[in-house]
Design a protein. Sequence first.
Length: 237
Amino acid sequence: MKNQQSLIGAALILAALAIGAGNAMAVGVSGQGTWQTTLQGRDLDGNFANGPEAFFDKDLNITWLAAGSLNTMNWADAKAWVGQTRFDITGWRLPTTVDTGVPGCDFSSIGGTDCGNKPDSSVATGSEMAHLFYQTLGNKGRPDDHRGLTNTGDFKNLQPNFYWSGTEYAPNSFYAWYFDTHTGEQNVDAKFETYYALAVHDGKIGSAMAVPEPETYALMLAGLAAVGFVARRRKSA
């Protein structure tokens, strides 16, 4: 009986690990973008078992909070939401937008500027959200086919919707920049509009944590199946 209980306990542990692994990998598209090599999982709560709370972006030298906002909010509330102390860490902010060329929206329908479709997403002159969307996650934007948020990596609550930037619109502070993860467009809107938010932090914070390879998850599932088989044989005996 004791051995059977031990086997059942092991099975439950393996099942939990397998389920957690499945949830973590369900939204990540392997091989799309650079997220698997440029985003390093960071532990912020001292508990490695529950997965990373943030990701250090090696390209941009910033740390993204893994979980985005669950609700939309106006620009002021979004700044207040990201500015909260999390895991005893202060200094969180909204992503920044780089206003290139003449101050304001240099709109382009084909891309490459600071505003409009397929905005500049380079490390040197691109915006943080644009780089995350196009380069890190490898998504496509209007006018390309198969555009949209097809890959969210291991982020939680990342929606195909509008996200606030922390950068005000230079010609008129009544407006602020935003990024649309549904179309890949970057533009400006009135601050009273309600959009989602992602929190970022300058530099590297927290502790590095190794992310198990897919093969490891397969071994977990195989182990779970083996434990279940042994348990059934013991019960039938």
